[in-house]
Structure formats: structure tokens, C-alpha cells
Ligand binder design. Sequence first.
Ligand SMILES: CC(C)(COP(=O)(O)OP(=O)(O)OC[C@H]1O[C@@H](n2cnc3c(N)ncnc32)[C@H](O)[C@@H]1OP(=O)(O)O)[C@@H](O)C(=O)NCCC(=O)NCCS
Length: 128
Amino acid sequence: MRRYAAADPKGLEPEIGYHLRREWLGRGYAAEAVAACRDFGLGSLGFGRIVSIVSPENVPSLRVAARIHQRWETYRTVTAAGAEVDRFLFISERDAGEPIGPLQNAEIRVAMVEADALLIMRRREMES
Ligand SMILES: CC(C)(COP(=O)(O)OP(=O)(O)OC[C@H]1O[C@@H](n2cnc3c(N)ncnc32)[C@H](O)[C@@H]1OP(=O)(O)O)[C@@H](O)C(=O)NCCC(=O)NCCS
């Protein structure tokens, strides 16, 4: 867990990022580790809100974040290199009304995020 994310729509805030070595992919370890970081951050560390930022093209990461975070928003930003890009901001909040721990309907959220990502990429294609 990084102390602060790169600038997102609310400025700097705690972010969970993740990266697995190839030999550990596809076993659920990322989702398990991200859930533990979320619970630790919102619980022991006392953060009110923790985010993950994901590109619409990064389907494996979208699927992990959709399973773990409570909700998501999308936004458009400009990278340090000057490129305009779309991003998902996944959000978990301590006082969101959902208990910390396993969330309901994870696979439905995964499907919704994938559909949102497809729409964003289609919009991009139409704009270019
Ligand atoms: C993002 C990343 C960590 C995701 O890795 P991953 O292996 O897909 O994620 P998990 O460890 O949670 O594994 C979940 C997958 O394992 C499968 N799986 C197999 N056995 C499982 C089990 N016992 N329990 C849970 N999931 C299991 C799941 O079905 C799931 O696959 P699906 O998403 O196709 O349905 C990995 O792609 C990565 O390191 N990418 C490069 C870095 C990166 O992009 N980081 C994110 C930047 S925003």
C-alpha cells in the first residue's frame, strides 16, 4: 500500500497498488492481498478512504479492483507526458455503510466494470 496515490480527482490519498510475478497469476492472490490491505488501511491505520487507480485497458487489474472496492468512478486526466487518458478510480470507505470484509455480488461488479471499460474505449475510438 502506498501512502498516497498519484493525483486523482480528490487530490492525494492512500492508494492500494498491486503487481504479481507471472508464476503467481490466476490464483486469487492479488484479490486476497488487496482485500487484506483494504481492511488494514480502513481498520488499523484508520484511513477514511482508500482508492486504486486503473486504466480501462488493464482488464486483470479492473477485475481485481472490482472484486475488492465498494464502488468506482471514471475520470479523464492528462499524464506527465501530456497524453489525455481515462482512468477508473476504485473507492473503499470506512463509513460507506458496507462492512469491511467480503463484499456482496463481486462477480456482478466485475461485469459492470468490464462493460464500463468497453464503453470508455469505444468512446475513445469514436473520438479519434
Ligand atoms: C493485476 C494483477 C495483479 C492481477 O493478477 P490476477 O492473477 O489476475 O489476480 P488474482 O491473483 O486476484 O487472481 C484472480 C484470478 O484467479 C482466478 N482464480 C483461480 N483460482 C482462484 C482461487 N482459488 N481464488 C480466487 N481466484 C482464483 C480467478 O478466477 C481470477 O481470474 P479472473 O479474473 O479471470 O476471473 C496482474 O495481472 C499483474 O500483476 N499485472 C501487472 C501489474 C498491474 O497491471 N498492476 C495493476 C496496476 S493498476
